[in-house]
Design a protein around this ligand. Structure first.
Ligand code: SF4
Ligand code: SF4
Length: 164
């Protein structure tokens, strides 16, 4: 059993050596819940009933990301992402704000890479809900690892049934 746990733990880590440093995941993003900038500010300023950890993460997000001035500016960067967010959230253009990172340099490198925030270190998560930007070097390997984890769980469940 321990070997399986170790294997699953390993598969759940972000694989090293696959990121192409293309900067697409830093060029555009949305806040958790795809809130508007005003809604996010209210959360960050503790003007809602959001719990402490959500207030903190709203502040962390705003310390790193700045809103695009218009949705057209966001579309110029990645119209596929804008359309995908609007479609999946069923929101209109005024109900979501798109952001870009203040630390992304023109050459697509991170100005603060060694000190980048935790949420940058945790992207892309090994999770079925993760959105991958077009051409992301991690998409294939992470999807394979999610499948391997599911196979291990299925195998263990089947084994338990057979033993039971
Ligand atoms: S801080 Fe660095 S790694 Fe994080 S989004 Fe900005 S440019 Fe990307
Ligand atoms: S989109 Fe993928 S390959 Fe590109 S910088 Fe982000 S994690 Fe790396």
């Amino acid at each position: 059993m321990t070997d399986f746990v170790k294997e699953v733990e390993k598969l759940m880590q972000i694989p090293e050596g696959y990121c192409k440093a293309c900067g697409k995941c830093c060029e555009i993003g949305t806040a958790r819940g795809c809130l508007t900038y005003d809604e996010l500010l209210k959360v960050a300023n503790n003007e809602t009933n959001a719990p402490y950890n959500i207030v903190n993460s709203a502040n962390d997000f705003l310390a790193t990301f700045v809103p695009f001035e218009t949705i057209d500016e966001a579309r110029k960067v990645n119209s596929h992402f804008v359309d995908m967010i609007l479609k999946t959230t069923n929101k209109n253009e005024n109900e979501v704000t798109f952001f870009h990172c203040r630390y992304l340099k023109k050459d697509k490198k991170c100005q603060i890479y060694e000190d980048r925030p935790t949420f940058c270190r945790k992207y892309p998560a090994v999770d079925e809900r993760t959105f991958f930007f077009e051409g992301c070097g991690l998409e294939k390997v992470i999807k394979e690892n999610i499948k391997k984890v599911a196979d291990i769980i299925n195998y263990l469940e089947q084994k338990e049934k057979n033993n039971g």
